[in-house]
Design a protein around this ligand. Sequence first.
Ligand code: LLP
Length: 422
Amino acid sequence: MVAAPFEYRGNELYCEGVSLARIAAEVGTPVYVYSKAELERAYRAFDAALDGIPHRVCYAVKANSSLGVLSVLAKLGAGADIVSAGELFRWQKAGGDPAKVVFSGVGKTPGEMRAALAAGIAWFNVESVEELHVLDAVARGEGLRARCALRVNPDVDPETHPYISTGLKTNKFGISMAEARALATTAKTMTGVELVGVDFHIGSQLTKTSPFTDAIARLVELVQDLQRDGVKLHHVDIGGGLGIDYGKADTAAPPSPAEYGVAVRAALAPLAALGVELVTEPGRVIVGQAGALVTRVLYRKRNEAKHFTIIDGAMNDLMRPALYNSYHPIKPVVDPHRPTITTDVVGPVCETGDFIARDRELPELAADELVWIGAAGAYGATMSSNYNTRPRAPEVLVDGDRYTVIRARETLEHLIAGERLA
Ligand code: LLP
């Protein structure tokens, strides 16, 4: 059994061998803290779950794009799933191999396509007929042929939060199954593109394997149809989306990577003879449990209706609760065993939506004490903002009993750089 990334030692919460109280004292709060060992464990576990199938893991950079995090994954041999030229820039700055990059997203600009072609990425996941034509023209303009996959929309309900469901026909993502077959034939006639795969990504924080296997079944049919049309593919890409356990009491834990691997393997069996590679784009399952946001209590108050615990971390630091009403585990950094109360954990931002937890039963927190907000490694720092002119939190990567500040706290001067008086 591998040690959990955040565990109490005696009375105090540690990340690996470093006490969170020490990091908070030295770096300040709010601060994101990541466990390097957990990043490595999660990546290896996901990769190992697909053992026996020729596959590649393209980590979804949007989940956490800090250079210090990307570099850990790049060193393990990960590829990257990017959705902007900015993410490509980060991946390369972190030492990531551009040849292992797949470029997803519904709105790639011609400039981004040129940057990706110049970097020599693996291929583009094309999401519309118009995009395919633009990619063809851009590549021809550069005297190149762009490898591409068609992202289809399998119209499968991922049974997740509507804002992070992407594989329904009411969502903006992908090409309809009906259109994809014809478009593949069109692509064959284009000299600026080479069709190498088909792809889907149906949503995020999936907590069952059935949406994946239903979507794979539809993809298998498409690949077989294309085979009959004389279109031979190099790979199928089943996106990311595997959920993590946020520790909410009344919610079933999502399948493990191993269970996911078993389901995926079975669903892909009909393609085994065709020799197509499997590509995956996991984000959350790689970085989610590796990270926490460590904050400090500022004030408490009680009115006729409620008790509030006001902390120094806010929706600008961790937007997920405000945006998706999502649940993150919360613990005191020191002394977890004491009487509980029901409280709303809220930040200093001037919005009622600025909450980290509502009506949460927690050990009664005192002013000035440290609070751990867990499972925040994915879509935490990357979705943070400067709203209310709050500098973004620093990020710390722990490795055994040492840590590195992989991103310094922003200063007020950073925030106004680039601004000027009219
Ligand atoms: N591939 C594509 C094309 C994607 O759009 C995404 C995520 C992924 C892979 C990775 O999905 P994952 O394995 O992380 O579920 N901000 C939301 C999640 C948005 C996901 C967007 N796309 C959240 O905080 O829950």
